[in-house]
Design a protein around this ligand. Structure first.
Ligand SMILES: Cc1ncc(COP(=O)(O)O)c(C=O)c1O
Length: 392
């Protein structure tokens, strides 16, 4: 299966007026997603939020089945989350730590995850970083050597925010299958970009966001929780969606991931999330990944050939996120100058990935992140504009 470029660009009206290369920040929702949200909101205005939600249960809850299809799991293992950070923290807070427990984490953890790790340290849990190899990938060998019975949790970021790195999450899962440790995967940048099978990876929890590679509305995300996990803490926030009241001082929780969902969230956005997940499944994750891979490889070559530009990527498997620096120009200046030419890129700051030992970014880098609806012509446009900035 290949991507029908004309069709996907036809579904993406923003492509007509602008070159969007910030899909790792926030992508464009395709028209079927936007229409589903607007249509739902219009109907809410005439029927009322509760009545419509009851009438449209299957559309509002579609993200569970579509999320299960995309992640290769059961729909009872998929919960709605308002963001990847919220999903990741729900998973972290579900792990019960005892004195002497260890937590291992990749050096690529996103800053909002790092805040959680700092909190764990304050509670007396030992948090250790797993060394990376020369390509920046987490060293599976080092991980194997660090493992023991006291490791309670291993946190891994699949595709970090700061460049093209893809971590070997299946190999990590193989190591962890020999140990009781729980495996928490931050798949914020990978879900919607690469095929992600939780069965193959073997993770216990996965956090994803809607607005990036999934092209879903803002304020949406997913939490995967493997069924059969025992000994988890109750979610720190419960309401009548996540829990049922049994008698005076007793409540019950479902065995499913749904105990992490709360009642109040935008039903329209949940409908949109379901449509976005279905859209990605229908295009096919392999076709999406192939196109992103070939476009980002082309962009790397173009940037490498451009005078005054330094590609800031390491070797190894590469994602759709491409980082670079430009001689004599601050990354923010490049971003703003490109924005004036209607090309959207972003800037990644060292604070986004506080543990990154490569520090290849210096004080920051320009990040161009491609999606399957981008074209080779758009990449040439970007590089031409950068060249013009360089030549002053
Ligand atoms: C790797 C990674 N993890 C987590 C996040 C946080 O995602 P959210 O803003 O949806 O919480 C980001 C956001 O850029 C990210 O790149």
């Amino acid at each position: 299966m290949t991507i029908d470029l004309e069709a996907v660009r036809g579904d993406t009206p923003g492509c007509v007026r602008t070159t969007h290369l910030n899909n790792a920040g926030c992508s464009f929702s395709p028209t079927p997603v936007v229409d589903s949200v607007i249509d739902y909101l219009r109907r809410e205005a005439t029927l009322g939020g509760y009545r419509l939600e009851t009438a449209e249960q299957s559309a509002v809850l579609c993200y569970r089945g579509a999320g299960a299809r995309l992640l290769d799991c059961s729909d009872t293992e998929v919960a709605f989350a308002p963001s990847a950070t919220a999903a990741w923290w729900s998973a972290l807070r579900a792990v019960v730590f005892a004195p002497g427990d260890r937590v291992l984490a990749t050096t690529a953890e996103y800053s909002s995850n790092v805040f959680g790790l700092i909190q764990l340290q304050r509670q007396g849990v030992t948090v250790e970083l797993i060394p990376s190899d020369l390509n920046g990938q987490v060293s599976v060998e080092a991980l194997s050597e660090m493992m023991d019975e006291r490791v309670k949790l291993v946190c891994v970021t699949h595709v970090p925010t700061e460049g093209g790195l893809v971590n070997p999450v299946i190999e990590v899962g193989r190591v962890l299958s020999n140990w009781p440790a729980l495996y928490l995967l931050d798949a914020c940048q990978s879900v919607g970009q690469l095929p992600v099978s939780v069965r193959e990876i073997g993770c216990d929890f996965l956090a994803a966001t809607g607005r990036k590679y999934l092209r879903a509305p803002r304020g949406t995300g997913l939490l995967y929780v493997r069924s059969g996990l025992t000994g988890l803490a109750d979610p720190s926030l419960l309401d009548l969606r996540s829990a049922s009241w049994v008698d005076a001082w007793r409540y019950e929780l479902p065995e499913t991931a749904w105990r992490f969902e709360t009642f109040e969230s935008s039903a329209a956005n949940r409908v949109g999330l379901g449509v976005a997940l279905t859209y990605a499944c229908d295009l096919g994750m392999s076709a999406i990944a192939d196109r992103i891979r070939s476009l980002s490889a082309e962009l790397r070559v173009l940037l490498q050939e451009t005078e005054g530009v330094q590609l800031r990527e390491l070797d190894g498997p590469q994602s759709g996120l491409v980082t670079f620096a430009v001689d004599r120009h601050e990354p923010a200046h490049i971003r703003d100058a490109l924005s004036s030419a209607d090309i959207t890129v972003s800037v990644v700051a060292p604070t986004h990935e506080p543990f990154d030992p490569s520090r290849r970014g210096g004080d920051g880098m320009v990040r161009a992140s491609v999606h399957y609806f981008n074209t080779s012509a758009e990449l040439h446009r970007l590089v031409e504009q950068v060249s013009q900035i360089v030549s002053g």
